[in-house]
Ligand binder design. Structure first.
Ligand SMILES: [Ca+2]
Ligand SMILES: [Ca+2]
Length: 254
């Protein structure tokens, strides 16, 4: 009888735990920057001086802009590498939570024609993935041989040359400047996919970096970012049985 009660309590606890995990995971994070105090959730990181041609510093701030009231804005022209062979500069990292599988979307307004994109699985300047796009013909002598305009998905592997490994490139694609843009980006099972408002898409895959922060990266770009919506999609697939979800959670915690 006593054993039965313990088993029953354990089962109840297990069900409650699964419910809490799934509920928490399904909640969307919405960031509209209307409250300037929300800047506390972000960390702004510039590349090390040895990797910068324009020392900056970056000037991230929340201010009124052309998107939807207040937005996150960066107004400096910070760029690197020193020899301008690789698009680097500054990061805005959302530090409230780490993510493994997720969707993110945001409104974007580019004041210039230079580099901008999303970073994920971010642990440091030398460990993250990114998708980056540029209209200009830079880098002039690119370390990976591919000049702009382009969209690229890359994996950062070092704080020294060549900095990034190329995962995928879409050459000759530009974005519209001085007008509202919209990005949708997804990471699922090591597959990455960016879809833009103009239906331009870049896909890539890699499984080495599993988890980390999400953020924005800029190269010599001044831009506004607003209405960011992040959904954690890890372990929330309702088609999977609870046992599968439980196995995933255990794997995640190991
Ligand atoms: Ca806003
Ligand atoms: Ca510029």
């Amino acid at each position: 009888m006593r054993m039965y009660k313990i088993k029953y309590l354990l089962l109840m606890f297990f069900c409650l735990f699964i419910f809490v995990v799934i509920s928490a995971a399904q909640e969307k994070i919405k960031i509209d920057f209307d409250n300037k105090a929300s800047i506390k959730d972000w960390e702004f990181i510039d590349e090390a001086p040895k990797n910068l041609g324009d020392a900056g510093p970056s000037t991230w701030e929340i201010k009124k802009g052309p998107l939807d009231g207040n937005s996150l804005f960066q107004g400096s022209n910070i760029w690197g590498s020193k020899a301008d062979t690789c698009l680097m500069g500054t990061f805005a990292i959302y530090k409230a939570e780490k993510f493994k599988e997720f969707t993110i979307e945001m409104d974007v307004f580019a004041a210039d024609n230079d580099g901008m994109g999303i970073t994920w699985a971010y642990e440091s300047t030398k460990k993250h993935y990114r998708v980056i796009m540029i209209n200009d013909g830079w880098p002039e002598v690119p370390v990976d041989g591919i000049k702009g305009p382009f969209m690229k998905i890359q994996k950062r592997v070092s704080d020294d040359k060549p900095w990034y490994e190329l995962i995928e490139a879409e050459k000759g694609i530009t974005y519209k400047e001085q007008t509202p843009l919209h990005w949708q980006f997804e990471v699922k099972g090591g597959e990455f996919k960016l879809t833009r408002e103009d239906n331009k898409v870049i896909k890539g895959s890699d499984k080495e970096y599993e988890e980390g922060y999400i953020g924005i990266q800029l190269y010599a770009q001044q831009g506004h970012f607003d209405n960011i919506v992040i959904e954690n999609t890890w372990a929330v697939d309702p088609r999977k049985k609870v046992s599968t979800t439980w196995a995933q959670i255990k794997k995640d915690r190991n």
